[in-house]
Write a protein that binds this ligand. Structure first.
Ligand code: DQA
Length: 145
């Protein structure tokens, strides 16, 4: 499988930088993209980066990874807690997926404690802000070796 990874971001993550900075900090999605691309170059992994506010487009992006990308890094944002469709897409494609959240969802509201992604993810990283994406990239690098 190719040494390439797609990073998929769900709803409202396009607003990072101005969205609830007390929770998500000042980092923008562009900053996260630049940081993960730079790290990817260092460790020899090509990166596609995608964001959508629409559930179906996220499903399409997951399906599109099959046969094209060795792994998926997924911050499904609020759809994490609601979407059977995203869980089914990950199962159907079988592409190793790491679930990432900027915030520690377990220290927040109860409804954020349940994830439809975790049962089908290779691993979960949350609470480390933008660094979580870099950690996920390192973890995937080992998985797709
Ligand atoms: C989030 C956590 C989710 O609960 C929330 O709906 C988000 C962002 C995170 O990165 O911390 O939109 O996925």
């Amino acid at each position: 499988m190719s040494k390439s990874v797609i990073i998929i971001n769900g709803p409202n993550l396009n607003l990072l930088g101005t969205r609830e900075p007390e929770i998500y900090g000042a980092v923008t999605l562009k900053d996260i993209e630049a940081g993960t691309r730079a790290h990817g170059e260092k460790i020899g992994i090509e990166i596609d980066f995608f964001q959508s506010n629409n559930e179906g487009e996220l499903v399409d992006a997951i399906q599109g990874a099959a046969g094209k990308h060795g792994g998926i890094i997924l911050n499904a944002a609020a759809y994490t807690h609601t979407s059977v469709a995203l869980q089914d897409a990950i199962k159907a494609t079988g592409v190793p997926t790491i679930e990432v959240h900027l915030s520690n969802v377990f220290s927040r509201e109860e409804f954020r404690h349940h994830s439809y992604i975790s049962p089908v993810a290779a691993g979960v990283i949350c609470g480390f802000g933008a660094k979580g994406y870099v950690l996920a990239l390192d973890a995937l690098a080992d998985l797709i070796d």
